[in-house]
Design a protein around this ligand. Structure first.
Ligand SMILES: [Ca+2]
Ligand SMILES: [Ca+2]
Length: 518
């Protein structure tokens, strides 16, 4: 089994350069520095404070924060709610990971959920529970099909400079910068969306809630050359209409992205002096409380006094024992456990690689679509405009498009090769189940092949030694010794014959004499 895993790993290793090559072309520059921003994030299990507020966030309308999620709207008619960061972000590039659920008993739900990055908080309004004429971007998870084009639930990215009124009747399709059709309602696992704004490109990736795998993202939409306010509020809003869904946000995690080479401001410098003092005061207060509690506990339980950290006596020791036991279990694993783990890890890697390829293919397809639509538009424009001026400029554009297409085809080929490799390795892994039979067959095949090689070599040698039709002559025999002539030979034979006959007669006489005694 382990022997079978070796080629699998080798195949994976071989498949890798093509992928990393594709990655390199995809994200021309090196990966950005990524830092978690707690002030623009929330996550369970202790999401809400005692007073019902979410630290660093404000909520409005029908939004209800609880310990592990914020219910932006409940599944009642005509609800509106939203949550917004209290302060503006001070970083240019970011990515946010939002986990949410949209659930309802109806086959169709309404209206949907929106994720925002805007110059001002859109606390209340008609666009999925938030204000219209926003300056920034909204990513809309639109459940209800207002324009009856059968393309909902869907995801639409709409940018706004603060002047545009949202086109609700057409589900924003007239204003969409990018979109994709995804059903995000009533999924077994929470839906995850990852929105990245980096180097003026906004990318939306979605995990459709079919797997619990957190990194299982699919490509949804990409907007290039997008200019967003350099500072803004993050927010989530939702609304219901005649139909209703529960819109629950489980987590909102924000990361600051810094281009390589540019220094991210240190977290310490960002905290104002006033806040620092407040936190220090709070910390000291908690410290005093803790000391007080410790003293009380020791007064009430004088029998468990002893080593520092031993406040919980027996329970502590028991926990420690369990820890050691777990550690021992971790250290030892059986051979089959290890093999299973290796297979599992191998499969996981293949799965991830294929996902990655899939994502890249989606991106390429998206670009292709853009080129095709650009070319079509251009042709239409030229056709309608001045046919006399079609000349050189048009020719150049066509050439550029053709070159780009060739590049795309080359990349697709590379990806196809690595997919083939990956598939081959998968089939290798699947055969691992019937390892015994497979191994034996393989062994015999190897032997057969070797025999063929040997046979071929011999034939080759034979052919080389007889280059033309001339046949190899046997070496000449040495001259026969002349000491024995024909005459001598016959005499010798005659003497032998006489002696043999004499012996036979003598034997028969002996036997006859012996028989007389019985
Ligand atoms: Ca709609
Ligand atoms: Ca629609």
């Amino acid at each position: 089994m382990v022997a079978l895993l070796a080629p699998l790993v080798l195949l994976l290793a071989l498949g890798r350069p093509a992928i990393s090559g594709a990655q390199a072309t995809e994200g021309a520059a090196a990966a950005p520095h990524r830092r978690f921003e707690y002030k623009y994030s929330f996550k369970g299990p202790h999401l809400v404070q005692a007073d019902g507020t979410v630290p660093f966030w404000v909520h409005t309308g029908n939004a209800i924060p609880s310990a592990d999620q914020i219910r932006i709207t409940t599944s009642l008619k005509s609800q509106k709610g939203s949550v917004w960061t209290k302060t503006k972000s001070i970083f240019q590039y970011w990515d946010v990971e939002v986990t949410f659920r949209v659930t309802g008993r109806g086959r169709i739900g309404a209206d949907g959920l929106a994720i925002w990055f805007t110059e001002e908080q859109g606390l209340e309004g008609p666009v999925f529970g938030a204000a219209d004429k926003w300056n920034g971007v909204g990513i809309f998870f639109d459940s209800f099909d207002n324009d009856a084009k059968k393309n909902n639930p869907g995801v639409v990215v709409v940018g706004n400079n603060g002047k545009l009124l949202y086109d609700h009747q057409n589900d924003g399709s007239t204003q969409a910068l990018a979109s994709c059709q995804r059903d995000f309602r009533n999924k077994p696992y929470p839906v995850r969306v990852k929105i990245t704004y980096y180097q003026k490109t906004l990318t939306v990736l979605i995990n459709n809630g079919f797997t619990p795998d957190k990194e299982d993202y699919e490509f949804c939409a990409k907007v290039e050359d997008m200019v967003l306010p350099s500072q803004g509020y993050f927010g989530v809003s939702a609304a219901t209409g005649g139909l209703a869904d529960d819109h629950d946000v489980l987590s909102f995690l924000t990361f600051q992205l810094t281009e390589p080479g540019k220094e991210a401001p240190t977290p310490d410098a960002e905290i104002p002096q006033k806040d620092k003092e407040k936190y220090q005061e709070e910390f000291e207060h908690f410290q005093q409380e803790l000391d007080k509690k410790k003293e009380e506990f020791q007064r009430e339980h004088p029998d468990v006094q002893g080593q520092p950290g031993n406040y919980y006596g027996g329970a502590w020791i028991e926990n420690k024992m369990n820890d050691w036991k777990c550690a021992a279990d971790d250290v030892f694993e059986t051979v089959s456990d290890r093999e299973l783990r290796q297979i599992f890890e191998g499969q996981n890697r293949i799965h991830l690689e294929i996902k990655q390829l899939n994502r890249q293919l989606d991106m390429i397809l998206d670009e292709q679509r853009k080129y095709v639509s650009a070319v079509t538009e251009e042709i239409a424009k030229r056709g309608a405009g001045f046919p006399g001026q079609q000349g050189q400029v048009f020719q150049q554009e066509i050439e550029t498009v053709v070159k780009t297409q060739e590049e795309v085809i080359r990349q697709v080929k590379e990806i196809r090769n690595s997919v083939t490799d990956a598939l081959r390795s998968i089939s290798g892994a699947q055969h691992a189940g019937s390892a015994g039979v497979y191994e034996t067959t393989q062994h015999f095949n190897d032997i057969k092949e070797h025999l063929h090689v040997v046979k071929r070599d011999i034939e080759h040698l034979v052919q080389r030694n007889t280059p033309s039709s001339e046949k190899q002559k046997c070496p000449e025999l040495p001259p026969f010794p002349s000491c024995l002539s024909t005459m001598h030979f016959f005499i010798f034979v005659a003497v032998q014959t006489v002696l043999f006959i004499g012996y036979v007669m003598y034997r028969s006489q002996q036997e006859a004499a012996a028989k007389k005694f019985f």
